[in-house]
Design a protein around this ligand. Structure first.
Ligand SMILES: *[C@@H]1O[C@H](CO)[C@@H](O)[C@H](O)[C@H]1NC(C)=O
Ligand SMILES: *[C@@H]1O[C@H](CO)[C@@H](O)[C@H](O)[C@H]1NC(C)=O
Length: 192
């Protein structure tokens, strides 16, 4: 390669890398109508998870609502957790179990033994803000796939070790695993 070819090659490389990053993170680098099969999915370091953010705060600048497309393998589930966002699930495939403990605003200082509800394809349920819950794929034979809508993104999640962990000892996760790469705190934007 001569120097000019070399320069063109590396400039092209630089631009293709920038374009790829932009489509992952930039607020305006996405198609208006998106094919779910082509939306980037990942496990984000979580065993048995495949997650895609269909529309959300960090990727698309939404302020009121965020929608996820989530698939979990048999035996896998969400952590025991709560958040102030309201949450709606629509089960698309498979089946599992919803566990509901007490709300962090109740008199009890920990979630307590949860109520259990079977969930199935074409079922829907919602979880109010502050209620400690978990959704698990308890079907040994099939993946559990759902659409999840949350209010007021980006979500701040509080994770419990078990149902007897005090509400005050729940561990905060923010940003969410899938937002880590693209999340920019408000403050750093203003520094420029
Ligand atoms: C959506 O993407 C999938 C996988 O790439 C493809 O097979 C399908 O044809 C696409 N659908 C449309 C309507 O483009
Ligand atoms: C889900 O329910 C709707 C409304 O009854 C029905 O049309 C649809 O076929 C159902 N889908 C599945 C997968 O059962």
């Amino acid at each position: 390669m001569n120097r000019l070819q070399c320069l063109i090659f590396f400039t092209a490389l630089l631009f293709s890398a920038t374009a790829a990053d932009a489509s992952r993170c930039a607020n305006d680098g996405y198609d208006i109508v998106r094919n779910i099969s082509e939306v980037e999915q990942g496990s984000f370091g979580r065993f048995g998870l495949s997650h895609a953010t269909l529309a959300g705060a960090v990727l698309h600048g939404l302020k009121e609502v965020e929608v996820w497309f989530t698939t979990v393998a048999p035996g896998v589930g969400t952590p025991i957790h709560r958040h102030s966002s309201e949450e709606v699930f629509v089960i698309l495939k498979g089946s599992g179990t919803l566990y509901i403990g007490s709300s962090a605003n109740s008199d009890q200082d920990h979630p307590g033994t949860p109520q259990e509800y079977p969930v199935f394809a074409n079922s829907t349920f919602h979880v109010a803000g502050g209620v400690v819950h978990q959704v698990r794929n308890t079907n040994e034979h099939e993946d559990l796939q759902c659409l999840v809508a949350i209010s007021r993104p980006p979500m701040k999640m509080f994770m419990y070790k078990d149902w007897f962990t005090p509400h005050t000892a729940a561990k905060m996760v923010f940003p969410m695993f899938w937002d880590e790469r693209c999340y920019e705190p408000e403050e750093t934007k203003d520094e420029l």
